[in-house]
Design a protein around this ligand. Sequence first.
Ligand SMILES: [Zn+2]
Ligand SMILES: [Zn+2]
Length: 362
Amino acid sequence: MDQGEGIRAARAPESVGAPMRRLLHPVALSIVALHLALLALGWWTLNHLVPDTLTLNLFGHVRPVHEVHRRVIDRTIEISLLLPAIFFVEYLCTGWTQSSVRHLLVDRTASGWSDVACYIFQLAPVFTLVAGIMSLGVVYISGEALRCLFAKATGVDLSIAGAPLALQVAAVFLLYTFFDYWSHRLDHSKVFWPLHRFHHSAESFSVLTAARVHPAMFTAVVGAVLPGLLLGCDPAALVYMGLLIIIIRLLVHSRIESNFGWVGRWIVQSPLHHRLHHSLNRMPINLGLLPIWDRLFGTWRDAPQQAMRIGTPAPYRHGAWFVPDMWRDYREFWTGLGALAAKRFRRARRGETPTVTVSDAP
Ligand SMILES: [Zn+2]
Ligand SMILES: [Zn+2]
């Protein structure tokens, strides 16, 4: 366990000018300038040297690839813009000593290495393939495609496409966070916990802990498919909603020791509230990205003003080679599911009524 994540006394509040001093630090300014220069160079190279349509020759089959510029931008916007921005905001709030960048590059704990490895794994195209196989194709289901099929068959299509973009983004964001809450609540049920436990195995937070997810994402049916199945909107609204979700996920796993005051209690989850969710007592609390869902369904708890121990009592080897951990959890999931099915089958034969709960804390 990273002792830096242990329970520690609340620090004295920082002066208001601390983030500004960090912003104006020569090293910070140089890094920002270098980053912006690299982004500008990348942008210029993409637009001037890379054609927007490429022709691929695959085993004798000539295949054109259109909209190359948009594809490259879509794929790199998170790593080139969002991630550095969140790292930088975190640095402004915490300073270099507590920052994720220092934690990942200098401290180099086994748990931190798992975060880095998981993030790189998620960026690799093979992740989609592995996730598809392990989740038996569930991650390939598209809510939008199902809604179109349903609309064609029945003539019923609930869509807000054409409404003001901000309204669309707000509506799909609310809908997504609602289903994400229930998806996460399902993750904490006895059956799905072995797969979600991998995320909770982090012994220290870093911005990249957000990427520590098991590829067997069965519960994604609830969180990712149902919103698109129920409500249609312009593709641009989905893009903006997706960016908002990524930003919140990265922020709540940051090392910023703040409960965000009334914002964290009512508007959006704070890092300390999420840390309470990751705490060792494994209570299924603070599950939603928005506190409103936890408050509505009775799972909200206010966060203490200080960092607390996080992790899970299950043994994890951590480090960059996370495959044995993932595989062990995957086998435990199927074993648990098999045992539950056998138990239900025996009960059914005896004529007993099964009870179903989604918040069976493991
Ligand atoms: Zn959780
Ligand atoms: Zn988390």
